[in-house]
Design a protein around this ligand. Structure first.
Ligand code: ADP
Length: 493
């Protein structure tokens, strides 16, 4: 191979060289040049290489007319099997500094006793690199450098196959390896060029290649990221579906035994009433109330699952909002002894929606208002309306909510968690259900709240269309006219 001759004759006495190569023939050419120049100069040479490269070196030396005919017979050039030395130097995947100094330092020291200067070729680093133990290779390069600094100077040549650097991951590591050497020699693609013009062309080409590879890598990374997101999205979706299926199945499974417990409780209640066993009846009432809570929770869980799959059924009708609010407040008040629920104002509005579902929203807001205001005794429900909207606002004077949680509390399974909050039971689904239901009816649910200053939850619902209201107003008017006319007639009588 007609390589550009590297200046092996004039190398520095303590230089640490690295030769990159594509083919073994090129490596042997470089190694042969390095060793034969050393032998010519009367240096002691130490070759720590694979057996194949040692044999290749001998062949090269013979073919290139080296004055050294039988290397093994000459003490000037010592060969050591790189794998064997490596096995002795390594501990737990890394080269051990003490063993390296003792074994490799010893070999170099012996050689230095015979000749004023030593040339070494070391292939252990390349073996480690090939094995994928890059950290060990870099550490070994450092140990070589330390040895050279600490003991007598010697020149050292290392060689790495470029194939072992193919891949983007090696970008930084390649720079690391170069940084551990005093001189870097590129592979034959560059060194075999004979004129400066050729080299400049090759450098330009390499620059262009590097730029387009960089662009390709950036593009590939972007594609990988997109694929990762899609895969993650799919995983997320599958997980969501399974979670929903689980919630739905678990709630159905729970519902059946709770319903039959409820039935048996009622039978027992009837029997005990007739026997006038008031003590046992009291326990039974408590049991019944707990069963109601459980039924409510199961219902909520079922709703969550249905909302996720869009399978909630709504029975739409015209609803008199004030009447509904009064009814729900009465029902909740019947179960609450700690708070007085006051209704202020009226909407005089009719809305279109599922009456039970709207009632469910109000129950939810009222029970939360009671639950989260343990040291107050009032909850206020304010009713108001304008031409298009009717509003129900539920105000409590309780623990309040820090602003950063305001939107999150409408998310599924979200509960405000701080030291105070962790004492409140719940699943964090009531408000999610409430908002979903209100929005399904074309309305809005939001809150105003500050920590320790109570909360007001606003439900705004579109009132029935103006034409409808006008019709309603006309009906009322007619009724009044009829009544007034009747009264008039009565008066006339
Ligand atoms: P749950 O009450 O079952 O935890 P909700 O969905 O009804 O679930 O409420 C979500 C969270 O919002 C609650 O855990 C609580 O932290 C907060 N929250 C709801 N209503 C109030 C309120 N009136 N005052 C203070 N915090 C509230």
């Amino acid at each position: 191979m007609s390589a550009m001759r590297l200046p092996w004759r004039d190398i520095s006495a303590s230089g640490h060289y690295v030769q990159f190569y594509e083919s073994d023939a090129f490596l042997l050419d470089a190694l042969g040049g390095y060793i034969s120049a050393g032998l010519d100069a009367g240096d002691a040479c130490v070759v720590i290489s694979t057996e194949a490269h040692w044999k290749g070196l001998q062949t090269w030396l013979k073919a290139n007319g080296s004055k050294l005919r039988d290397l093994q017979a000459r003490a000037d050039c010592l060969w050591l099997d790189a794998e064997e030395i490596l096995a002795k130097v390594m501990i737990a995947g890394l080269p051990d500094a003490g063993r390296f100094a003792e074994i490799v330092g010893g070999i170099i020291g012996q050689a230095a006793k015979r000749r004023p200067h030593v040339r070494a070729f070391g292939e252990m680093v390349a073996l480690l690199w090939q094995q994928g133990n890059q950290a060990a290779a870099i550490r070994l390069e450092e140990l070589w450098n330390e040895l050279s600094e600490r003991t007598q100077a010697f020149s050292l040549l290392c060689a790495y196959s470029m194939r072992d650097f193919a891949g983007e991951v090696y970008g930084t590591l390649f720079v690391e390896i170069c940084g551990r050497h005093s001189h870097v020699f590129p592979d034959e693609n560059y060194i075999t060029l004979t004129s400066d013009d050729e080299r400049l062309r090759v450098v330009t080409l390499l620059q262009q290649k590097a730029a387009s590879l960089d662009a390709e890598i950036a593009e590939r990374k972007a594609v990988e990221e997109r694929l990762r997101l899609i895969a993650a999205g799919d995983d997320q979706k599958r997980l969501e579906e399974r979670k929903n299926a689980f919630i739905s199945m678990a709630s159905h499974e729970l519902k059946t035994p709770v319903t039959s417990l409820k039935g048996f409780t009622q039978i027992l209640q009837r029997r005990l009433k007739s026997q006038a066993d008031s003590q046992t009846l009291l326990f039974l009432d408590r049991m019944d109330a707990q069963l109601d809570k459980l039924t409510h929770l199961i219902g909520d869980l079922l709703d969550v699952a249905k909302m996720q799959t869009g399978t909630v059924t709504y029975l739409e009708s015209e609803v008199d909002l004030d009447e509904l609010v009064r009814e729900i407040v009465e029902n909740v008040q019947a179960t609450v002894t700690t708070h007085q629920i006051r209704v202020k104002g009226e909407t005089r509005a009719r809305v279109r929606g599922d009456r039970d579902r709207l009632g469910q929203v109000l129950v939810n807001l009222l029970t939360n208002a009671v639950k989260y205001s343990p040291v107050s005794n009032t909850v206020v429900v304010r009713l108001s309306a304008d031409r298009e909207w009717a509003e129900v606002a539920v105000q409590d004077f309780g623990i309040g909510i820090v602003e950063e949680h305001h939107e999150h509390i409408f998310e599924r399974f979200y509960q405000v968690s701080d030291q105070q909050e962790s004492t409140y039971p719940g699943l964090g689904i009531g408000l999610y259900i409430a908002r979903t239901l209100v929005e399904r009816q074309g309305g809005r649910l939001w809150l105003e709240s500050r920590k320790d200053a109570g909360s007001t939850f606003h439900v705004m619902l579109p009132r029935l269309s103006r034409e409808q209201n006008a019709r309603d107003a006309a009906d009322v008017c007619n009724v009044r006219n009829v009544r007034e006319a009747g009264a008039h007639d009565e008066a006339k009588k």
